[in-house]
Design a protein. Sequence first.
Length: 671
Amino acid sequence: MSEVSDQEFDFLLKELESLENQNPSLKRPDSPSHRVGGTITKSFDTVAHKYPMLSLSNTYSEDELRDWDDRIKKGLNGAAYEYICEIKFDGISLSLTYEYGILVRGVTRGDGTQGDNITTNIKTLRSLPLKINQKKPNASQIDLFGRNNIGLDFEIRGEGFMPNEVFERINLEREDIGEAPLANPRNAAAGTFKMQDSGVVASRNLDCYIYQYLSENDEFKTHEESLIALKTAGFNVSDSYKKVNDIEGVIAYINEWSEKRHGLKCATDGIVIKINDYAQREDLGFTAKSPRWAIAYKYKAESKSTELLDVTFQVGRTGAITPVAELKPVELSMTTVRRATLHNADEIKRLGLSIGDQVFVEKAGEIIPKVTGVDSSNLRDEATRESSKVGFPTNCPACNSELYRNEGEAAYYCPNEMGCPPQIKGRIEHFIQRKAMNIDSLGEGKIEILMEQGLISDVSDLYTLSFDRLLGIEKVHTDEATGKERKVSFKEKTVQNILDGIENSKNQPFSKVLFALGIRFVGETTAQKLAAYFKTQEALQAASFEELRNVPDVGEKVAQSLQLYFKEDKNLKIIENLKNAGLKFEAENIVLEKESEALMGKTFLYTGTFESFSREELEQKIDSNGGKLVSGVSKKLDFLIVGEGAGPSKLKKAEDLGVKMINEEEFKAML
C-alpha cells in the first residue's frame, strides 16, 4: 500500500469532493469524503447489540493464569488446544456492522447489551474500510468476501483509540489555552468518539484495531483464520497477536511484551488470551458475565524509585505556576525520565516531598511521568527531611510578583502579564504557532533572542521588525538535557524568511487572529465560533455576558475571560497596533452551526466521575445544549448529575432542598 503525506491526502481529498459535488451520482459508499466529518449530531441514539459485548475476567497473577489454564484443560476433557494471545489496547470498545459489505452502523459498548450509535464519527477513521469488495484478486486462501457472498453481512469488534502522539498534541493545545490536560488517552478517545461535531473527531486522527468477527454463518473454524481474513479484506488487525500451544507460551508472550508494548503507537493495559478453536469455545461456554474461554492479563503500572533532585516552578503563558520534579534519570517504559509533573500546590502538600527523597515515578497512561509518592522504605531522618521540605512559592520565580489564586482553582498565577518574561515569551510563541498566525520562521529560540535584544515585548512588536534591525544578531544556546551548544544566527536568508512569514501572517482570517491573541480558555474551535457569530472584533468586544453565552460551546468561564480581556487597556492597545499593522479583525463568509436548545433554561451541577465524559466534556455538553452550569447546590439548581464517587455533602444538601438528582444515562437522555 502506497503512503502519501497528510498534505497530499488533504489536496487529493479536496479534489475528490469537488468532483463529487459536480457529479453526485458518482459518489460511492466507500468514498474517502465520508471521512472528512462536519456533521453535527445533537444526540446519539441507543442501539441494542445483536451479540452481547461481554466483559472479560482478568488477573494480574501468573499463578491465577495457570489456575485458569487448569480449568480449560478440565473443561475440554484433556483434548489438545491452542491459545491466541493479543495485546489489550486501552481504548473504547466498538461494534461495527456491515450489510452487503457496506459499513452501516458503529456502536459503543455501553452496558454490554446496548450502546450509543456513533456511526458518523466512526466513519472518520481512515483505517476502517467503508465498503468491502466481494472479490479481491490477491486474496489469500481464506477469502472472506469472494466465496459465494458469504460474509457480506457481518459484525466486527474493535478497540478505538487515540494515538499517543495525538494525545500529547491535544494536551499541549489545552495547556496553551489554560485548560487542564486530559488524564489519559483512553478518556480522551472516549470523549472524542462522543463529540457532536464529526469534523473535530476527524481532526483528531483516531484509529481502531479490529480483533473479532461475528456472523450467523460458520465461515471459520478458528480465531486465527478470522484474523487473517479480516486483514486480507483491508481491516486494521494488529500484527502483534501470536498463536501458542500451552500456558508456558502465554507467559512467554506476556514477558516478551512487558517492555515492547511501550513502543506501540497507543496505550495498552495488558494481554488477552483466547482459545483459538471455535468449537472448543462452544464447549467451554460462558458465565453470566464473561466467556470461560478467554481471560485478560493486566500489567501492573510500572513504577520506579529515584531521587528527587529539585523542584522547579514554570511560568506559563497565562501566568499559571506549574511545579516540576527534577529527578535523577530513571528508565521507565523504554524512555529516560528526568522530569515529572507535580501538578499544583495541593499535590505537593499531599505528597509531603523533601529534596533528596527517594520518590516513586509512574507514567500516567504510559505517557505522562508523574510522582506518585515518597519511598517510605528509604526515608532519611526527620530533621534532614524537614530542612529540605518542598513548599510552594509566594512570589513568581521569574519576576518576583506576589502570586494569587482564583477561588475554586488549584493553580496559582503571576499577575504581572506585561512584565513577566516567561508569560511574554509564551504569548508570543502562542501567537506565531501554525494554528494561529503561522510564522514558523520564528522558531528555534529566536523569540527569546529578540526579547533579550529589546526588539519585542508583545506580539504587536513583531510587525515593527526590519531587515537592518535583525541582520547580524546571534546567540549560542546550550541544551539543558544534553549540554550541546547550538548557535542561532540571523543571516540574510534567515532574516528575509522571518520578515516574509510576518508579512504573510497578515492574510490569516479573523478566527486565527482571535485565537492568536491568547485569551484564556479561547481555543481554536471556540475562536472560530466567536468569529462566525459576531463577525467583527468590535461586536465581540461590545457583547454582553448573556450574548456571549448564546454562542455554541461558550460557557461561563469563556464568557468571563473574554469580558476581562477586553476591559484591559493594555490588551486594547495591542489590538489597535495589530489593526494598524494590517491584521484582519473581521470575519469573511463563516457559517455558524446551529445550537441545540435541549437544556435551555435549566441549571446543572455535577459531582463524582463519569464513564462517558471527562469533567470538561460534561461542562461543554451542558453549555453547548443551552444549559447553565452553577457552582453550588441551592434552591435554584434544577439538576444534580451524580457520578461514581459522588460527594456526600452535595448529595445530602440536594436531598434536603428537593433538588432532582439524575445519573449519567438520564442526563444523556435529556440531550
